[in-house]
Write a protein that binds this ligand. Structure first.
Ligand SMILES: CC(C)(COP(=O)(O)OP(=O)(O)OC[C@H]1O[C@@H](n2cnc3c(N)ncnc32)[C@H](O)[C@@H]1OP(=O)(O)O)[C@@H](O)C(=O)NCCC(=O)NCCS
Length: 186
């Protein structure tokens, strides 16, 4: 039995662990990759926009998945700067990767001001959990004034792309660094 709850700081480590579990394999073994993944794809959201974070919680009150996002790109761009600085210290390759991610968000932000990330630990996928989580976040974003939302998914992540299509997202662009931009009006 799992339920979707609003984020609380007690779920911080669980959420970070989900982010690492669902990232590249080296995120679990290489401390630099770990820092890069958490700085780029997790810590900003739980620290700067915790009201836009929802968790999938099991019967032991452990978060086994999350969906989170930035309500608008302007705030994200402004408040992400310390995280960008931290990534810069990890090395040029990481800095280039995160810069490409931000640039893609910037380009699409006029039409799609919000963006999101969703990840669930493997045993908790399926049964509609991801779909329920994404509609919880998009409904929340809409109620808080967002009109459209985007995301970047790995081009080889067929399951992810099918999942987003099923939830009303459309492909908007294929990026050179093997990311696919998908978006939805709210
Ligand atoms: C993507 C993810 C969040 C989806 O969550 P989920 O709980 O599996 O999704 P749902 O059960 O709501 O499935 C909804 C749809 O996704 C697609 N989908 C789900 N499992 C699939 C599979 N094994 N193969 C292909 N498509 C699949 C189907 O279209 C499915 O609809 P259906 O059940 O009517 O067939 C989850 O699989 C996940 O965390 N994956 C790893 C991390 C990831 O890829 N995150 C997104 C990165 S941008």
């Amino acid at each position: 039995m799992v339920i979707i709850k609003s984020y609380e700081p007690k779920y911080r480590e669980d959420v970070q662990q989900v982010c690492l579990n669902t990232g590249p394999d080296t995120a679990l073994t290489d401390p630099v990759m770990r820092d890069f993944i958490l700085c780029t794809f997790c810590n900003y959201y739980i620290e700067q926009e915790p009201e836009n974070v929802f968790v999938l919680v099991d019967e032991n009150d452990t978060a086994q998945g999350y969906v989170f996002g930035a309500l608008n790109f302007r705030k994200y761009f402004r408040d992400f700067k310390p995280y960008l600085k931290a990534v810069r210290k990890l090395g040029a390759k990481y800095y280039l990767d995160v810069s490409a991610e931000i640039l893609a968000h910037a380009v699409f932000s006029l039409r799609y001001p919000s963006h999101l990330h969703i990840d669930i630990n493997e045993p908790f996928r399926g049964n509609g959990n991801g779909s329920k989580m994404i509609s919880t976040l998009t409904q929340h974003m809409k109620e808080n004034g967002s009109r459209a939302i985007m995301l970047i998914v790995g081009t080889s992540n067929t399951r992810g792309i099918n999942f987003y299509k099923k939830n009303g997202f459309k492909i908007k662009a294929s990026l050179k660094n093997s990311g696919t931009v998908m978006a939805k009006e709210l």
